[in-house]
Design a binder for this molecule. Structure first.
Ligand SMILES: Cc1cc2nc3c(=O)[nH]c(=O)nc-3n(C[C@H](O)[C@H](O)[C@H](O)COP(=O)(O)O)c2cc1C
Length: 156
């Protein structure tokens, strides 16, 4: 089956808040992301550390554009910056409607595997590095679905 497939990558700033509130916010974001993405055929990953969200959305051009349109209006984050939007031949992250992975220092192994300095300012990651990193983190993470949103969710 052929599909007009696009990959959109953006980053945004996380709002400052207490850790417990951040966790709740992330869980709520993922719940609504899953609900919508399942209907629109969007899949991807949401990477996050204390300062940043970096998200990869894959799906039809219409679906990723309209999803991004909703996301940038969301007040749970700030300053979204579109890093890339391009056609792709296949999905890298087809398993998840939306999975989330931390990219703090505890994920340094994935950075090192990809030859990226684990101390890099996350805002300087290029789209290519983000895709590699997302792939490495997803592969390395022993996803435990009982462990809430921070370790990722599988809805496939
Ligand atoms: C960092 C971040 C990532 C998000 N990712 C998605 C997503 O992948 N898909 C989606 O539909 N909504 C996503 N959202 C939520 C949308 O911004 C929006 O709140 C939601 O789609 C509105 O739907 P609801 O009112 O039915 O929950 C995200 C929001 C934030 C802050």
């Amino acid at each position: 089956m052929s599909e007009d497939l696009y990959r959109l990558i953006y980053r945004s700033r996380r709002l400052k808040s207490a850790p417990a509130d951040r966790f709740t916010t992330l869980s709520e974001i993922l719940a609504s992301a899953e609900r919508h993405n399942r209907l629109t055929g969007v899949s991807g990953i949401l990477l996050h550390d204390d300062l940043w969200f970096i998200q990869i959305l894959e799906g039809s051009e219409d679906a990723v554009r309209s999803t991004y349109g909703r996301i940038i209006a969301d007040e749970r984050h700030d300053d979204p910056v579109l890093l890339s939007l391009e056609p792709v031949k296949y999905r890298r992250f087809q398993t998840w409607s939306m999975a989330s992975f931390g990219i703090g220092m505890d994920s340094r192994l994935a950075f090192m595997r990809m030859g990226i300095d684990p101390a890099i300012d996350r805002a300087r990651l290029t789209p290519g590095q983000i895709v590699s990193l997302g792939t490495a983190i997803a592969a390395l993470s022993d996803i435990d679905f009982t462990d809430e949103a921070d370790t990722g969710r599988c809805v496939a």
